[in-house]
Design a protein around this ligand. Structure first.
Ligand code: ADP
Ligand code: MG
Length: 263
């Protein structure tokens, strides 16, 4: 089946609160700042990516639901954000029912992939913010993606549930999308005052080797404040450590992308 022209990267981890949405928004913003045309697809019915980009519920007309079920193109559904070069396909209320509606939908694992193959022509990168579950919405994201990025929170239970995620990625590769890669693992909410953070980081690097990005996202209050202002932290406070870390992450992502193209 044909692929989207944009590079599609899912941000996935079935655990909630590990930094998926924060990473999606801020990586997207940093990529957009380099001149890339970036689209976020908000695949989480909670709609945190949409809200965090300042798109209130009442401003959302067409969204991810329509892309999945109504043959709406992503271009039709995409809403411009305040960040130049960054658009978002929002989560509308009907996305809450999508997980169940997908069960009996035709080609249920492929719906996002089909939508992206027929649209998203005007974007360089599509980042898909996944919900905290390994259901059909996340499956659609993985089947539509070239690569998956896994945020891991630097806490004691970071690795718990990870083997399930890796098995799911392997299964998607075998059954639906042989081209799917793990782009990388990003350590989030690192606290340098907490020894545990270092232990977890070392553990994760032991397990994933150089799949783990060098960049570690620090725990930073500015990062958690920014969404309530409807802004990426890069816009809210460019100089704070969280923003600087996401700029570093974006440059690492672009380096890996370049390496892939020359390989
Ligand atoms: P997920 O999408 O995986 O559920 P979020 O990105 O929404 O996770 O992050 C969970 C919570 O942690 C949010 O309130 C967010 O603002 C906060 N958070 C995420 N990253 C950081 C960070 N680096 N420093 C401080 N707070 C953070
Ligand atoms: Mg989220």
């Amino acid at each position: 089946m044909s692929r989207a022209r944009a590079r599609v990267i899912s941000i996935a981890n079935q655990k909630g609160g590990v930094g998926k949405t924060t990473t999606t928004i801020n990586l997207a913003t940093a990529l957009a700042a380099t001149g890339k045309r970036v689209l976020i697809i908000d695949m989480d019915p909670q709609g945190n990516a949409s809200t965090g980009l300042g798109i209130d519920r009442h401003q959302r007309e067409l969204g991810t639901y329509d892309v999945l079920f109504a043959e709406t193109t992503v271009e039709e559904a995409a809403v411009a954000t305040h960040v130049p070069n960054l658009s978002v396909v929002t989560a509308t209320v009907d996305l809450s029912g999508a997980e169940i509606e997908l069960v009996n939908a035709e080609r249920r694992e492929y719906r996002l992939r089909i939508a992206l193959a027929n649209s998203a022509l005007n974007f360089d990168y599509v980042l898909v913010d996944c919900p905290p579950a390994l259901g059909l919405l996340t499956l659609n994201a993985l089947v539509a993606s070239d690569a998956v990025m896994v945020p891991l929170q630097c806490e004691f239970y970071a690795l718990e549930g990870l083997s399930h995620l890796i098995r799911t990625i392997e299964r998607v590769k075998r059954a639906f999308n042989p081209g799917l890669d793990i782009h990388g693992v990003v350590l989030t909410m690192y606290d340098k005052r907490n020894n545990l953070s270092d232990m977890v980081a070392a553990d994760v690097r032991g397990f994933f080797g150089d799949k783990v990005y060098d960049t570690v996202i620090p725990r930073n209050v500015k990062v958690s404040e920014a969404p309530s202002h409807g802004k990426p932290v890069l816009i809210y406070d460019l100089r704070c450590p969280g923003s600087q870390a996401y700029i570093h992450l974006a440059s690492e992502v672009l380096k890996r992308e370049k390496k892939r193209l020359t390989a």
